[in-house]
Design a protein around this ligand. Structure first.
Ligand code: SAM
Length: 268
């Protein structure tokens, strides 16, 4: 049976399922959920605690501050989610959100989107406290993903970040598919600046070319602005990317204009 065409599936392991209302209840993800383009289920490890107090954490061996998530309830809940996905004929992929994982990038988002489209069900493990017993990660987790070099209180916001990034790439989710293809990182550049009405705001005018109706000039201006912005804010992106002939020419123009600007300011 072909799995392609099934909705993307996220089974989230979390002790705070209510947090996911931020994703399921607003904006583009909500609309896409209502249209059946993705599915969400929350799995609470407390339901697999084995203790009447439903606790899922314990003190760390070796001492120190905070608590650690116990491996037993997490393994039980992950196995339950895997069993449900297997009943549905889906391969599973267990991802743990962790500040120690590989940084989430546009490229990884696109790979995950392709897997979701092909029918893979994701099981997203959201840590809390000091983190998760390492043996559970070694036994059950296929990949650890971080959303940045900082530490949050739990894995729910990172899980929602990953889900939102994937959901908006699913076919049919964005009204105008072109809007995703022009976003930052898609073509290895930052997006160009955007403007809307009024034409003049607090003394600043919209660049004239954008009012010209000349589509070729507008496209060229946007590409040049994207290149200039990327060079200024994220030069690392340009170092890792081959430039087309047009981009090389535009970048040379940017450099000439910059040098000219410095000359006029008396800099050498
Ligand atoms: N002691 C851990 C460390 O320093 O690596 C941090 C634990 S953090 C307070 C609790 C949970 O939040 C983690 O297990 C993870 O699931 C999640 N988390 C925190 N920051 C994250 C990040 N930048 N990316 C992904 N998940 C994160």
């Amino acid at each position: 049976m072909s799995l392609a065409g099934k909705p993307a599936l996220f089974d989230c392991v979390t002790i705070f399922p209510e947090m996911f209302a931020a994703l399921t209840g607003a904006g583009i993800p909500r609309k896409a959920l209502e249209e059946g383009r993705w599915c969400f289920r929350a799995w609470n490890p407390r339901d697999f605690s084995g203790f009447t107090a439903r606790s899922v954490d314990d003190r760390p061996y070796g001492g120190g501050p905070g608590m650690v998530m116990r491996p037993g309830p997490l393994e039980a809940v992950i196995r339950a989610a895997q069993a449900r996905q297997a009943e549905e004929g889906r391969p599973s992929r267990v991802i743990c959100l962790s500040p120690q994982g590989a940084l989430l990038t546009h490229q990884r988002v696109m790979e995950l989107t392709r897997q979701a489209e092909a029918g893979t069900g994701f099981i997203l493990l959201c840590g809390r406290y000091e983190g998760i017993d390492e043996r559970l990660i070694a036994r059950m987790v296929e990949e650890e993903i971080s959303v940045g070099d900082f530490v949050l209180s739990g894995g729910e916001l990172p899980a929602m970040t990953l889900m939102d990034a994937v959901i908006r790439q699913l076919p049919g989710v964005l009204g105008d598919a072109a809007s995703a293809s022009e976003d930052s990182f898609v073509a290895g550049l930052l997006d160009c600046p955007h403007y809307t009405r009024p034409e003049e705001y607090q003394g600043q005018r919209v660049p004239e070319v954008l009012l010209s109706g000349n589509h070729a000039s507008i496209r060229r201006w946007r590409l040049k602005a994207a290149l200039a912005r990327t060079r200024e804010r994220r030069p690392d992106l340009l170092r890792n990317r081959a430039l087309s002939a047009e981009e090389t020419q535009l970048l040379a123009e940017i450099l000439r204009e910059e040098a000219h600007g410095k000359e006029q300011c008396g800099e050498h």
